[in-house]
Ligand binder design. Structure first.
Ligand SMILES: [Zn+2]
Length: 360
């Protein structure tokens, strides 16, 4: 059993959301499989585990439409994903659960995916706790079966909500606890969103780094909670500070489908009045430690300057990236080299963090 002392090295989790774009667009080989393989190899060259948040609801949709998709793409997306996840698990990477409930009952119309955009959270899918618990159990089982087939002893112990949407979370968090999932990593302190279907407000999160225990709400600490929240680490900044070259490349390169770029431009409100746009640029926003959006030196600086946790809790920084934003190896490769040269920073998989919190 790993033990934890406050003098231990700072731990860093490199987590990556493994999925296509939110509206279902994208190509599984280009936006999931190839970038993941490159990231995994880079990690392996330093002996680092990559924590893969496997979007199981999307994967199940690819399975349901295996024949149609194989015809449309010329390859079987679900089959290739399955092979890759098995290989990653065998190679020691960490596979954890990620769900975008919009894909629940998603339909392929022969051209594109028709998703239920009004189903953003696990809580919105079901009326009863029993249904929510067995739903999470069935999705966890998909990964656990692969982990078993890969002959690892690991099982899913960590969850991340699609689009960070873990509120309301009473049924979700109960379902996680009842399924032995001991960590949620969905919060970004300072994030707030209302999109007409659901809302989240993480401004009142106990802190940006955590961890804290939760029962009904991911941002409300409950010392008796069965699930630990390890937020994605962020610092508050102004929106213009998000405009890094790395982020621009991740969002607007030729790798990104045109419809997705148009959607993003609309969200950014670039066509608003100049005054409104200026106001928009100086809005306070959380800047996530996203290794596909921030420059390597900036990431390292934020990692080094993050505060130590109080009360001897594990010193863990959760970083995020997205397979679809891994355009080339340059930034991520440089960042891993920097991490490797830091003797008091240890890169771990989320599974190791789960073992630590179980011993607390
Ligand atoms: Zn996602």
């Amino acid at each position: 059993m790993p033990s934890f002392r406050s003098s231990d090295a700072r731990r860093v989790v490199l987590s990556v959301d493994y999925e296509v774009f939110g509206n279902g667009s994208g190509d599984v080989r280009q936006h999931i499989l190839n970038p993941t393989e490159q990231m995994a190899r880079l990690c392996e060259s330093h002996g680092f585990p990559l924590t893969v948040f496997f979007e199981v609801e999307e994967y199940l949709a690819f399975e349901r439409y295996r024949r149609e998709l194989t015809e449309a793409c010329g390859y079987d997306p679900a089959g290739l994903i399955r092979e890759q996840v098995l290989a990653l698990a065998r190679r020691g990477h960490d596979i954890q659960l990620h769900l975008h409930p919009e894909w629940h009952g998603g339909r392929w119309n022969g051209q594109e995916w028709v998703l239920r955009q009004d189903q953003e959270t696990v809580d919105s899918l079901f009326e009863s706790q029993g249904e929510a618990t067995s739903y999470v159990a069935s999705r966890k089982r998909v990964i656990d079966a692969l982990l078993e087939e890969a002959r690892t002893r690991r099982r899913v112990q960590v969850y991340r909500a699609g689009a960070f949407s873990a509120q309301p979370g009473r049924r979700l968090l109960t379902a996680l606890a009842e399924n032995g999932i001991v960590i949620d990593s969905s919060v970004v302190k300072g994030m707030t969103r209302w999109n007409g279907h659901g809302a989240l407000d993480y401004r009142q999160a106990p802190n940006a780094k955590g961890p804290w225990r939760v029962t009904n709400d991911v941002v409300r600490e409950d010392p008796a909670g069965a699930v630990w929240e390890f937020p994605i680490y962020s610092v508050m900044g102004r929106r213009w500070q998000q405009a890094t070259f790395a982020r621009f490349k991740a969002k607007f390169s030729r790798n990104v489908p045109r419809a997705q770029q148009t959607r993003l431009v609309r969200q950014l409100g670039i066509r608003r009045s100049p005054f409104a746009f200026l106001r928009f640029l100086v809005e306070p926003v959380p800047i996530k430690l996203d290794f596909h959006n921030l420059e390597p030196m900036k990431l390292l600086h934020l990692i080094r300057s993050a505060p130590k946790p109080e009360n001897g809790l594990p010193d863990v920084l959760v970083l995020i990236g997205h397979t679809k934003e891994h355009i080339d190896n340059h930034g991520f490769g440089t960042f891993l080299r920097l991490l490797d040269s830091e003797s008091d920073i240890k890169v771990v998989g989320f599974a190791e963090v789960a073992e630590i919190v179980k011993s607390l």
